[in-house]
Structure formats: C-alpha cells, structure tokens
Design a protein around this ligand. Structure first.
Ligand code: NAD
Length: 474
C-alpha cells in the first residue's frame, strides 16, 4: 500500500463520477520491473458506494426499452474501437503482451458489445396440456459483481459486461490489482454513454474480491480466475445465495495423431501453447504426440522456441512478451528449477533472460513423467511438456486424467478420426485441427474444476437472468 506519489492516470468511476482514493496501488510494467502509474486502492466504503449506486440505477436500467439499451451497447463498442490505439498501448504497458495482441484484445471487447447488442434475449411460450398458456421470460438478476484476472483483463471483463448490461443488470467491475488501468480507463470512457450507476469500476488490493463475494447487496458474481480463488468466491457467495458464473483454471491437453502434418501442426500448437507467454487459460498445456512422429515434432517445436525469444511488448516484432507479474514469474521459474533438479530433459534452452523484466524463454520439456508437477499443474507461463504416447486410447486416458476440463484439441489428417477422439475428451471445448479463435456466438464453459456456468452466446447471456414464468388461465 503506498501513498499517492505518482499521478493516478486512471480513476475509479462510481455513480457516473470520478472517485479519487487516498491510497493507491503501484502498477508495474512487467517488461521493465518499474512502477509507471498508480491505481486507486478502493476500500470497503468505496465498494459500498459502488454497490449502492448500482442498486439505485437498477430499476430504471432494467426498464430501458431493449432498442435503446442495444443502441448504448453499440455506442460502447464504437467508443472502444475509436480508442484502440491508446487503450492498446496502456494494456501493453501494464500487462506486457505484444502491442498487436493488445490491439486485438480491445477489438475483441468491442466485438462482444456489438454482438450482444444484436443478440435478442429469448422469450418463450408454452401451451400446457390443461390449456393454460405460459410465457417464459428471462429477467435481469440485479447487481452483478464482475471480477477479472490479469492475463486478458479487457477481453475477459467485456465477456461479463456486455451480456450483464444487455440483460438489464447493473454492474460493479473489479479488474486484477496487477492490471487495473485499461479497465478503469474504459470505465472513464463510458461515463457519457451509460446512465450513472449502471457501470461502476473500482480497483484495489486483493481484499476487494472477498468483500464483493460476501457483499449482501450483490446478486451475482461473475468471476474469471484460478480454481482456488473460485472456490473462495463460492464460499463467500453462499451468504445470500448469489448466482455464480465461475471460469477457472485449465490444464488443456492437445492430442496429435500419427497422421498429422508435423510442420504445420507443431507451429499451430507452438502458438497455442506460448501465445501471451503461455498465460492463457485455454493454452495447450500438455501436448501428447504419437511415438511415430514425436522426434520430428519435438525438433520443430524446439526450433520455433529458439526463434522466438521473449521481447518487450512494445518492441517491433515482439510475439512473446514477459510474464505479467513477479509472483507468477517466480512460480514458473520454480517449476523450471524443479524440473531441472529432478533430471528432466529440456528440448529448448530454459530459463530466465537477462534484465529487469519478467522474461522467460519458451521452455519445452521432453516427455516428463505423468506425475511430474509440470504435467499435473497449470504452469500458466512459457513452460510446456511434450508427452509421448503409443496408442490413442492411452492418450485419451492420460488427457482426461486431470481435475481440470476447460478445453482441448485433437490434430489429424482425418478430421472424422479427430472428432471420434474429441468426443471422448472431458472438456467444455474440443477443437479439431484448430485451436482458440473465440467467438461471441459459441458457448464457453469448463467441466470438472474448470468452472461452473457458461460464458458467451445465448447460454452465457441467460446466466445474467432469472427465469420468470407467467401463466395465464384461458
Ligand atoms: P486469481 O484467482 O488470483 O485472481 C482473479 C481475480 O480475483 C483478480 O481480480 C483478484 O484480485 C481476485 N481475487 C483474488 N482473491 C479473491 C477472493 N478471495 N475472492 C474474490 N476475488 C479474489 O487469478 P489470476 O492469477 O488473476 O488469473 C490466472 C488464473 O485464471 C489461471 O488459473 C487461469 O487459468 C485462470 N483463467 C481462467 C479463464 C477461464 O475463462 N476459464 C480465463 C483466464 C484465466
């Protein structure tokens, strides 16, 4: 906790107004290790103000006619598109990702608002056997607390804000203390588009999340983050039986069948694993490759790793940036050290790069045992194991042997064969000869301990509603 020394470049926004806090948190550029800005360190009283503003704004917002609400969502989308350059630079500074990916992230957020503006909330009718007519409505829940992580701070927050607002809820949004600025800036940019209190944006240390989960006047928490924190959110939310959407950790398997094209699939999977420096919930985190092609595949992956050192995100040509924060950097380094200490073989030169930033070269481990930490846990950084298999049933069994079930991918010259394998995987999304490329029209959800509920598409929109059945006689 630091006294405000540097000018806070982004402020909290509560009830349509800027809010300055007496205390601030430093925001560190992961490419330099230096604090370059301060963000508000909101206390419980700021949260109470934000929740009460959202509560007061709710009755009017839910009655706004759908066409006007959609027009506001389209205006949000247009505002984000108009601000891509400054927002992307800010995002790269605080998050570390290459500028081109930061631009893409802002554009993706804009796309989600646009998609939900154009996506009708379903209304159903059913005639019962006794002749009564039922209208099935999806009504807003009330005040939504939206909590996002630091890997895709803007995109993952937009996945919550767009459907929550579309459905007629009001929102208190809280970004990660590691990456608060771009979200706060977006809150500022939307002040003249959304009515006061409809979207309130606050930041603060990790004490704010539990306060939100337990807040008696928040009706739903939509949370993206680690499985451990998701469980804490679920416990905290029990007090007033909050509705929950939890998008949590993943340890996604990729299965490469023996007939796959080694050169192209290795390249797709290299980026599927190391994009955003491996800090992607749906990154390929365990790559199972058939014995017949393993050596050629491993050599191609290692070549790509050597050709793509991590660079500051604002440097031309950067494809892989630094690890976002020091805690995560130390965690990934410790996993690399443990792998080295236990005698595992590295396919690419591991380790930390020189300089003050959190740079770790893309690191590939050669066929570690299934019970090693790098296979069991989600490294959430540029560290990936390649695993040999000799029979596809064995690969499916090993892929499913995880507490996680977020996504997965299968690669083959024969897509039907890949689909056959894919249907046996325990995951919310299975990609066949492709990976990532999220769209607002496909539901995204985690099986097992990767989450509860759905984001995106109609299914995700309905998570921000309660069902109401109007039954009429005759
Ligand atoms: P995290 O769980 O540490 O933090 C996520 C958010 O929760 C932050 O805003 C944090 O301030 C807040 N928080 C911390 N403690 C809290 C508490 N007790 N109650 C409520 N909120 C609290 O996660 P992270 O390190 O920011 O993100 C990395 C994790 O997120 C990885 O496990 C990754 O797989 C997961 N993730 C999942 C998805 C998905 O869609 N399934 C997407 C991205 C990231």
């Amino acid at each position: 906790m630091a006294e405000a020394k540097l000018a806070a470049i982004c402020r909290a926004t509560i009830n349509g107004r800027y809010v300055d806090t007496p205390l601030t948190i430093p925001v560190i550029n992961p490419a330099t290790g230096e604090a370059f800005a301060e963000a508000p360190d909101c206390e419980a009283s700021h949260l109470d103000d934000a929740v009460s503003a959202a509560r007061q704004a709710f009755p009017a917002w839910k009655r706004v006619d759908p066409a006007s609400r959609d027009a506001m969502l389209l205006a949000v989308s247009a505002r984000l598109r108009g601000e891509i350059e400054p927002l992307a630079h800010l995002l790269t500074q605080e998050q570390g990702k290459p500028l081109e990916e930061a631009r893409h992230e802002i554009e993706t957020a804009a796309r989600w608002f646009e998609a939900y503006a154009n996506h009708p909330l379903p209304v159903g009718q059913r005639r019962e056997p006794d002749g009564r007519l039922a209208e099935i409505r999806h009504v807003p829940i009330g005040v939504v607390g939206a909590i996002a992580p630091w890997n895709f701070p803007v995109q993952l927050m937009a996945w919550k804000l767009a459907p929550a607002l579309k459905a007629g809820n009001t929102v208190v949004a809280k970004p990660s203390p590691f990456t608060p600025l771009t979200t706060l800036r977006i809150g500022e940019l939307l002040l003249d588009i959304l009515p006061p209190g409809v979207l309130n944006t606050i930041s603060g240390r990790d004490h704010l999340g539990p306060l939100m989960s337990e807040h008696p006047d928040i009706d739903k928490i939509s949370f993206t983050g680690s499985t451990a924190t998701g469980k804490a959110v679920m416990r905290g939310a029990a007090g007033n039986l909050k509705r929950l959407t939890l998008e949590l950790g993943g340890n996604d398997p990729a299965i490469v069948l023996p007939d796959a094209d080694v050169q192209s699939v290795a390249e797709r999977l290299f980026w599927g694993a190391f994009r955003n420096a491996g800090q992607v919930c749906i990154a390929a985190k365990r790559i199972y490759v058939h014995d017949d092609i393993y050596d050629r595949f491993a050599a191609r992956m290692a070549g790509l790793a050597g050709a793509h050192p991590p660079l500051p995100g604002n440097m031309p040509g950067a494809r892989i940036g630094p690890v976002q924060n020091r805690v995560q950097f130390e965690r990934v380094k410790a996993m690399i050290e443990e792998a080295r200490a236990t005698g595992l073989h590295f396919l690419s030169e591991p380790g930390e790069m020189a300089g003050p930033g959190n740079f770790i070269a893309p690191t590939l481990i050669d066929n570690p045992p299934d019970d090693s930490r790098v296979v069991r846990e989600e490294p959430f950084g540029p560290l990936v194991p390649l695993l040999r298999y000799s029979h596809v049933d064995e690969a499916i069994h090993r892929a499913n042997d995880s507490e996680y079930g977020l996504a997965s991918s299968v690669w083959s010259a024969d897509v039907e064969q890949a689909a056959e394998v894919g249907r046996q995987l325990e995951a919310g999304t299975v990609w066949l000869n492709t990976i990532h490329g999220m769209t607002p029209t496909l539901p995204f959800s985690g099986h097992k301990q990767s989450g509860i509920g759905v984001e995106n598409a109609t299914e995700g929109l309905l998570e921000y509603t309660n069902v109401q059945v109007l039954v009429r006689h005759g």
